[in-house]
Design a protein around this ligand. Sequence first.
Ligand code: NAD
Ligand code: WQD
Length: 339
Amino acid sequence: MPEILVTGGAGYIGSHTAAALAAAGYSPVVIDNLSNSRESVIARLEKLTGKKIPFYNADVRDGAALDAVFAKHSFSAAIHFAGLKAVGESVQQPLRYYEHNLTATMSLLAAMQKHGVKSLIFSSSATVYREDDEVPYIESGELGCSNPYGWTKLFSEQIIRDVCAANPGFSAVLLRYFNPIGADKSGLIGEEPQGVPNNLLPYVSQVAAGIRPRLSVFGNDYPTPDGTCIRDYIHVSDLARAHALALDFAANNAGAKAINIGTGRGYSVLEVVAAFEKASGVKIPFEITGRRAGDIPEYFANPALAREKLGFTAELGIEEMCRDAWRFEQNRKLFPEEK
Ligand code: NAD
Ligand code: WQD
């Protein structure tokens, strides 16, 4: 089975992608420095997939460590998740974000060149689109970011494009994720934020579990039907599946291609809260607070290119996303030794 390097494979999207790769007949090999994840995810992944998942506790920025892993395996491609992702933190610590995320991308690309690995799937983000782009966002839209985290994604995309241009035969798919939520239906892996969650769904799950008293809804005076912001939430297992499809595309198409991965449909914050209440049977207390700096009223994907190029369409709806997130939240107490 073809071996695929998965950087950040112990994290939220990386672990689901490792599971999807195993299901699609690939052998994922994980490098993760566990800065935002736990090693026991690998054991849970092995239970879920019934396969041994080689794991290296290493930093992707460490070229010597990467060399050692590349020397031990024969990768047909790499999928690059490893990086820092907190938008607010990136505004406070821009140099840390630029150093970390750009060095990680360049270090991986250098190792791939050195070891003759020519296909890369990169975790980009809908945050690379300009805030004033028309919705739905389309890949040919204007690009530009409002925070350092976003710029690390856009600069990484450019670095990868330049490497593709300089190396005929090198291929890259730049997957621009919208808002991944939910968890694998097994309940074994899911989103495990450290500390107070930044994102909506993990916060709602923790309110449902009684860990936090109530949700703050950041503003209800936006120009949307119920006044709260609208996002394109996508089930993480659908998103994970898109990576396996992107590997096929990269194997047959040289050069770099940016592709949106979303559902094409938006939900407001209050619609998500209502869907979660329905899926869990738990009432979510909330209060309307002020707007969060940097939030924009509404965006969602034009998912046509993913359908055309990858044969990808999201299959799971908001009910499954909430149901599976809630299942994982309840299961987390089964892994107490990891807290
Ligand atoms: P995550 O933090 O759960 O996973 C990232 C993993 O990378 C973690 O396990 C962490 O320990 C590891 N890591 C970080 N820096 C590393 C390094 N230098 N070397 C080795 N391992 C390192 O995040 P996630 O939500 O799974 O996101 C994965 C990728 O997708 C990130 O690049 C993120 O920016 C991108 N992305 C995420 C979202 C989202 O909403 N979650 C949306 C768009 C894009
Ligand atoms: C969703 C909606 C909030 C928390 C972020 C990054 C983006 C991408 C995905 C990586 C917004 C509201 C939230 C809360 C709330 N990540 N909200 N109360 O901001 O759309 O996207 O994650 O690339 O770059 O910015 O996601 O889940 O934080 O917020 O009312 O406690 O929920 O205002 O409208 P966001 P989110």
